[in-house]
Design a protein around this ligand. Structure first.
Ligand code: FAD
Ligand code: MLT
Ligand code: ZN
Length: 477
């Protein structure tokens, strides 16, 4: 079948206006958020429900056309961008955007894959419930993308990542069958865990069309503070202090080094760090409570006082109201945008055991600074999860593009070698996509990598679902 008849088939399934083929309307779907990856597509397809998705996939399966599932296109690894073959289609899930059900008694919500995360949070809040997944892209990323990347964000230390927040899935398989797995059960030991195969698979095993997600009672009080700490050692000690004293009330512990917040202040002057002079590390801490405002306030003050006495912190600003707390969070969430404004930057989304974090930062920092004097380390992240966003920007005397073109591989090699040395992971929350495709085998080891390939072959024998993402073309021995 030639491409014109294929397009006509797609049009018959979902309607002409939902099959985009002209370059202007396809353009936003063919480039990733960081503008590192660009591709081509035969068409961008916008189905409106699971049956339309299934019919499109059946057609593609029959014709050996590769499919790139796409949600909000905010991913940071190029996983939702087609290649340059012009023989792939993008299936955007954005029209599957209905909240099918809120079950307050079961504390669950059934949502379609194209629901924007923020809309889900707001709908849950209007039912006086919390959906805790929270990240900087929440105004545009979609729950199908969050599931497919197993997104993390700022509440993981209390509520877990996306995998922990999902109970059931509806998935279109590579052959266009529909798996109806939308169960809201917290216990279900009935054989292999299919749900957890699709979560974090970055669209390589199936297309998620809906999910049952967990809700939580809404906390009645929150306390937020920004504190200054002199070095990473005290940041970790402070985390341990909060963990031991506040336990599950600790819902946020974000670390930002001096350069991270300096670039936010430079590009978004309204978001200047209230801690001045700018400390080596600023920590954003949040406690949430279901008991009383008084209880959480007392607890927060007691812990902060102890931290001062123990010499862990140098300064602290406690948010006096919700609006001030929001400004702290906005400053934190603008680091990514500030990095974009700062031009080329090298990103490494890694996790380490907390017990190894200090040694990793000191040792790796020394190696890199020795080789690239003046390099700027933009080091921030979800310290409560051992998740570092360990990023670098060019020295002032080097053009940012030259820095990226000439040095990104060397720097990545040093970082990932150190990650292996300290028993960490090369991807904490952003995934593998195209960006880290060539690193996965060495990192996971042959056995794990071959098992992944076997799973991929079993679920997608024609390799039409997001090919060359996560797993490279590889034939096991
Ligand atoms: P997309 O980018 O559209 O797709 C991501 C992957 O999922 C691709 O492989 C795609 O093929 C696949 N996919 C999408 N929808 C489906 C579906 N329905 N079925 C099957 N596969 C699908 N990530 C974090 O984890 N934590 C953070 O704190 C965080 N902060 C961010 C802040 C900013 C400013 C930005 C730009 C990004 C951030 N991210 C973060 C990364 C990104 O937002 C997440 O990875 C998010 O989960 C991606 O969702 P999306 O809808 O944009 O997915
Ligand atoms: C974050 O925590 O802000 C995100 O993961 C995005 C990033 O790493 O830039
Ligand atoms: Zn993050």
């Amino acid at each position: 079948m030639d491409s014109l008849s294929l397009i006509a088939h797609f049009q018959k399934i979902i309607g002409k206006e939902y099959v985009l083929t002209d370059s202007n309307s396809m353009a936003p779907y063919l480039i990733d958020w960081r503008k590192l990856f660009r591709g081509k597509a035969l068409a961008v397809l916008l189905p409106k429900n699971v049956d339309e998705v299934a019919a499109l996939v059946k057609q593609c399966h029959q014709m050996n056309i590769a499919i790139i599932p796409q949600g909000g296109n905010t991913g940071l690894c190029g996983a939702a961008t087609p290649d340059n073959s012009n023989n792939q289609v993008v299936i955007s899930l954005k029209r599957l955007n209905h909240i099918r059900e809120i079950d307050k008694a079961n504390l669950t919500m059934t949502v379609e894959a194209g629901c924007i995360l923020q809309n889900i949070q707001e709908t849950a809040a209007s039912a006086n419930c919390l959906f805790p997944l929270s990240l900087g892209a929440e105004g545009s990323c979609m729950i199908g993308g969050n599931l497919s990347t197993n997104a993390g964000g700022t509440n993981v230390l209390r509520y877990g990542n996306m995998r922990d927040l999902c109970l059931g899935l509806e998935v279109v398989t590579a052959e266009g069958e529909i798996w109806h797995g939308l169960r809201g059960l917290r216990k279900d030991n009935t054989g292999y865990d299919l749900r957890n195969l699709f979560i974090g698979a970055e669209g390589t095993l199936g297309i998620i069309t809906a999910a049952v997600i967990k809700l939580f009672p809404m906390p009645i009080a929150q306390w937020t503070a920004l504190v200054a700490v002199p070095h990473i050692h005290s940041a970790i000690q402070l985390l341990n202090l909060f963990q031991s004293q506040a336990s599950v009330l600790l819902t946020g512990f974000e670390m930002m080094n001096r350069t991270s917040l300096a670039i936010v202040g430079k590009h978004f002057p309204q978001m200047k760090n209230p801690l001045q002079p700018e400390p080596n590390y600023s920590i954003l801490i949040e406690l949430s409570d279901h008991e009383s405002e008084f209880h959480v306030k007392e607890l927060f003050q007691t812990i902060i006082e102890k931290a001062f006495t123990d010499g862990l912190i140098e300064d602290a600003v406690i948010a006096s109201n919700l609006s001030q707390a929001n400004t702290f969070w906005q400053m934190r969430e603008h680091i990514t945008m500030a990095q974009v404004e700062e031009n080329a930057n090298l990103k490494h989304d890694i996790t380490l055991p907390l017990s190894k974090m200090e040694q990793f930062i000191l040792e790796t920092g020394e190696k890199i600074e020795k080789q690239f004097p003046g390099i700027r380390t933009i080091n921030f992240g979800h310290l409560g999860d051992g998740n570092l966003h360990y990023n670098f920007a060019n020295p002032e005397n080097m053009a940012s593009q030259d820095f990226q073109d000439q040095h990104q591989n060397t720097i990545a090699e040093i970082v990932y070698e150190q990650v292996e040395k300290f028993g960490g992971s090369i991807s904490a929350e952003h995934g593998i996509g195209q960006l880290k495709l060539d690193k996965l085998r060495a990192h996971k080891g042959e056995v794990a990598h071959d098992l992944m390939i076997a799973i991929k072959k079993a679920l997608d024998p024609k390799n039409i679902l997001n090919p060359n993402k996560v797993l490279p073309k590889y034939t096991p021995k």
